[in-house]
Design a protein around this ligand. Sequence first.
Ligand code: MEV
Length: 290
Amino acid sequence: MATWSAPGKVFLFGEHAVVYGKPGIAMAIRPRVYVTVRKSKVMHHARSPYIDGCFEEMGVKGSVYVNSQIPSSSGLGSSAAVTVATVSAINDEFSLGFSQEEVANSAFLIEKRVQGGKASPTDTSVATFGGLILILGTQRRRLPPQNFNMVIGNTMVSHSTGKMVEMVAELRKRQPDICNPVMDAIEGVTMGALRYLQDQSQLGRYMNMNHALLDVLGVGHPSLTRLVLAARSAGALGAKTTGAGGGGCMIAICPRTVKNRVAKAIETAEGRAIITTMDPEGVRKERDVT
Ligand code: MEV
């Protein structure tokens, strides 16, 4: 038996723009997914296509127990975390000898296949390596870890990442004169924010700018606006949509002393709040559950 866990993720900057080769910054966050794998003679199918995909890809049979603290379909990288933790647990249980790099690559290919060819390696990289990651084209670079106080607001409005990505692609085709400068501005915000990773007030201002630019791309939603404004009014230094938008989650960065107030404001505005910080660790082995 082998139990492994992997963290969820948020985009701090640059979602959607990364699809067009612009830089982005993503961060591993504390809610984790725990996966236990046990060898068996027959395959016990899981209810998740991601888990079944892992067993198929790795050519082994077993049973699985999953305990997820990450809400699914919320843009917090739960499918990538499940896939990375399952690949790692299979790797351990069957002594396959994969390196971390190989775990990240396999998990990405599995996620992409399950999602019909649409996945970016960001989520699986963050779930594997943890911490703060700069996405630069096809490259992923680790940035120095930071101790952000963050509140995530889940609008509970379901959204489809694929559809939102398609919508932006459509806008870019129809109105390149508007869309391309917005992508350039998001790049400017991301690169500017890189210089202020240790100055949370400045970082918050950049987050607000990134949020406005995402709204211009058409990936906003009234529920996201409501939670973002509630968080800012309650003392957040900055707040923005995170991930694909159109529902899903927003994030707020705040001084430690106001995080409870920000979380309460998000709940009052009909969101679900999660107080979190960066998780510096990626996928890791856990004590087995019996
Ligand atoms: C979704 O979490 C982030 C997007 O940029 C898509 C992607 O990077 O794959 C919208």
